[in-house]
Design a binder for this molecule. Structure first.
Ligand code: LLP
Length: 444
């Protein structure tokens, strides 16, 4: 391939389609996100580093608000949370879904209004519940029968806590077996099919301190089609009608969870939010009319679709070698900052940044620096044939479930998170250092 065809491809709109909307090309092979050169970020903050485009986060929150004007939108903090993220989410008028005392306390101490927070968890610890009650969390989602009496006792006879019930509607959806949560046989929720959900509802209604305000389901993650949501919604409305028939109460809220799928590589499908919003609304109105139910307020809980495309991971190449038929490009991060390829076979599209290259592209496998052969960040991707140690690679769509799932493996330390916005970069979360590891280690 000639240099001309390569640069023609580089000029194609598609190639940057999964990058933040603010991404621009700089002379000499550079890229800028949020008005800041990625190579400059790598120099200033060192690598590996995670870049968060705050403008992209805001724009995605607004897209949700516009697409779902009547619904409550809660950002799923498990995708990625830090204090700045909590601020951006609060400023955009969204609520928050948390699943631990840690996420909850970080958000509230950053100033997030507790009444706009909802707490999940299939196994809430006493500390989770105490923290939720102490901080005045808006709603708690009950996930198992044993939680009902325990929560009622913790709230106390004079207290009051709004709750929802997590229902398993029996719908299979999601990008990988490990993130499908809509059917029986996995650990979340209470089954609609075997009657556990109905049974739990009856028990909750018998607990004075608990006010049942609605039903919840989350059928899975990285879902790119609307249909599973519509099927789940129909079943949930069916259960709401049964609750009305059995107990004479109309539940005011229906939370359909998150799971909205995004493209990680150019050309991959993503869930269309406008279509999802329109069809969910139509289905909700139609199903409620058929059941003679007042239309409940819809809640949704997107995580990945807000944070994912706003993040870019930056790595420095440490080694390049050919082994057998394969070319390995080894970088200074890996499975400790992004366990998703190893866990779910997730695929990414890394890109050389910071210098121009006219070399022929060749197929290479980008691997990390960790001590196992499964530490692969991106298998069989096209990179310029002259990639060498010292080069910078950038991986788009790195904002969700990477930093939040990062580990201390090999004591490499978790990378920093750098916000970019309007031409400036600032450190949000500093790099984890050997000193951090040493300080936790108090034996000897
Ligand atoms: N609501 C509940 C109750 C959830 O469990 C989740 C995600 C969400 C909302 C947000 O889902 P999202 O919109 O982000 O798909 N670590 C996996 C994803 C696990 C999702 C867990 N629950 C990954 O990296 O793909």
């Amino acid at each position: 391939m000639t240099a001309a065809t390569l640069s023609e491809i580089a000029a194609g709109a598609d190639e940057l389609s999964v990058w933040p909307a603010s991404t621009t090309r700089l002379p000499h092979g550079g890229l800028a996100v949020g008005g800041v050169s990625l190579a400059e970020i790598a120099d200033r903050f060192d690598t590996p580093a995670y870049v968060l485009d705050e403008g992209e986060v805001r724009a995605r929150c607004r897209t949700y608000r516009d697409a779902f004007p009547d619904a409550e939108v809660l950002y799923a903090a498990k995708a990625f949370l830090c204090r700045a993220m909590a601020h951006r989410i609060a400023e955009e008028g969204l609520g928050l879904d948390v699943c631990s005392a840690g996420e909850l306390e970080l958000a509230v101490t950053a100033g997030f209004p507790p009444e706009r927070i909802l707490l999940h968890g299939n196994a809430k610890s006493p500390r989770d519940i105490d923290t939720a009650l102490r901080l005045g969390v808006g709603r708690i989602v009950i996930d198992s029968p044993s939680e009902i009496a325990r929560l009622a006792a913790a709230v106390g006879p004079n207290g009051h806590q709004r709750v929802l019930v997590r229902v398993v509607p029996g719908i299979s959806a999601g990008g990988h077996e490990k993130i499908r949560t809509g059917t029986d046989g996995q650990k979340f929720g209470l089954s609609l099919r075997d009657g556990s959900a109905q049974h739990a509802i009856t028990r909750i209604l018998g607990q004075r301190p608990l006010e049942l305000v609605g039903l919840h389901c989350h059928i899975g993650s990285q879902i790119t089609e609307v249909k599973p949501y519509l099927c789940a919604l129909r079943r949930m409305v069916g259960l709401m009608a049964r609750v009305r028939d059995t107990h004479g109460i109309t539940l005011p809220e229906l939370d359909m969870g998150g799971g909205h799928g995004i493209a990680y590589r150019p050309g991959e499908p993503a869930l269309d939010l406008t279509t999802l919003a329109r069809r969910l609304r139509a289905e909700l109105v139609a199903s409620c009319a058929a059941a003679g139910l007042a239309v409940p307020r819809l809640t949704i809980e997107p995580g990945r679709a807000i944070a994912g495309p706003a993040g870019v991971a930056l790595y420095r190449v440490l080694a390049v070698k050919r082994t057998g038929e394969r070319v390995f490009v080894a970088v200074d991060g890996g499975m400790s900052d992004n366990p998703r390829p190893a866990l779910y076979g997730a695929r990414y599209a890394p890109r050389l940044i910071g210098r121009p290259s006219t070399a022929e592209p060749r197929t290479a496998t980008v691997v990390g620096r960790h001590c196992e052969a499964g530490d692969v960040l991106a298998a069989d991707v096209e990179l310029p044939g002259d990639v060498h140690p010292g080069d910078l690679l950038a991986v788009p769509v790195a904002g969700a479930y990477q930093q939040s799932m990062a580990s201390g493996y090999n004591m490499v330390g978790r990378p920093p998170v750098v916000a970019v916005d309007d031409g400036t970069a600032r450190l949000l979360v500093r790099r984890e250092t050997l000193d951090d590891f040493r300080r936790r280690d108090i034996g000897g």
